[in-house]
Design a protein around this ligand. Structure first.
Ligand code: BEZ
Ligand code: FE
Length: 298
């Protein structure tokens, strides 16, 4: 066999992308074919740039193995990995090119893994009372300003100690700090909760080890998660962040947008406290949500 032929047939550093992309040429699904070609191109470029030793490549394989092994029904380590690499936020940005009026989106996170229970407006979602009492209210509107009555507002958050119910099944009541609310005739929602606190993402696994090895902290600033939806409108997944919270400038999952930060005022007004069926003075978090009509999606 001539050396010219073996060069054509063999795998080399120079032809690696071509050879492997070619191996996928009969992929029936054109999207999968495109994705695999791009993956091979970028992965090979990465390996050629980094030039890992065999030991380093084995370390990478061991890391991904550990990420998989850490996953179970209530722990999604691959989502965490995607989050701390900024990929979750990038996918979110690519898939939410909305009008300038619509509320900004941010990452879903791994803790919306159980359904939020439907609750009446004004109900409390804090079943363990762990945290400073707070009224959370807002209006859901369409991009043209029309209030959206009957909109669904799905809310979830960590407790005053920084844990979600699913992280502490033996400590917190089931469905603690979760609720599914329906807006009133004016598109308004309101509920009672506790002021959220900043917290670390679960860092007792391989993603936590990666953060430690790279001198990154695991914390997220205080926030409440919201998914809002209304008939004929694009659903929206976002958070409201607490003004003044630590880590607003260094969220470990890159989820903060300036437009989503709100004050949690101290309100000293007996009439308003009575209106919200809460003790005076009280903390108040207001967050209006604007949805794009379905046809406005670009
Ligand atoms: C969260 O906000 O619930 C979250 C987001 C990303 C990673 C971990 C937690
Ligand atoms: Fe969260």
């Amino acid at each position: 066999m001539s050396s010219a032929v073996s060069a054509e047939r063999g795998f080399s550093e120079a032809n690696s992308v071509h050879v492997v992309v070619e191996s996928f040429r009969n992929t029936p699904d054109p999207r999968l074919r495109t994705v695999m070609a791009s993956l091979v191109e970028h992965l090979h470029a990465f390996v050629k740039e980094v030039e890992p030793s065999h030991a380093e490549w084995q370390q990478a394989v061991d890391f991904l193995t550990a990420v998989g092994q850490k996953c179970d029904d209530t722990r999604q380590e691959f989502v965490l990995l995607s989050d701390v690499l900024g990929v979750s936020m990038l996918v979110d940005a690519i898939n939410n090119r909305r009008s300038t009026e619509a509320t900004d989106t941010t990452v879903l996170g791994p803790f919306h893994m159980v359904d939020s229970p439907p609750r009446e407006l004004g109900a409390t979602i804090s079943l363990d009372g762990n945290g400073e009492p707070c009224v959370f209210t807002g209006q859901v509107r369409s991009a043209d300003g029309t209030p959206l009555s009957g909109a669904l507002v799905d809310v979830w958050q960590a407790n005053g100690a920084g844990y979600y119910d699913v992280q502490q099944p033996d400590v917190q009541p089931e469905r603690n700090l979760r609720g599914l609310f329906t807006t009133d005739d004016d598109g308004r929602f309101w509920l009672r909760t506790v002021v959220p606190r900043y917290y670390p993402i679960p860092d007792d696994g391989p993603v936590g080890q990666l953060l430690a090895a790279t001198a990154r902290h695991p914390n997220r600033p205080a926030h409440i998660h919201v998914i809002a939806g209304a008939a004929d409108h694009e659903p929206l997944t976002t958070h409201v962040f607490v003004e003044g919270s630590p880590y607003l400038d260094s969220d470990t999952v890159f989820g903060v947008k300036q437009s989503l930060i709100r004050p949690v005022e101290v309100v000293d007004d007996p009439a308003r406290a009575a209106h919200y069926r809460t003790a005076n003075p009280f903390r108040l978090l207001e967050f209006d949500i604007v949805l794009d009509p379905t046809e406005a999606r670009r």
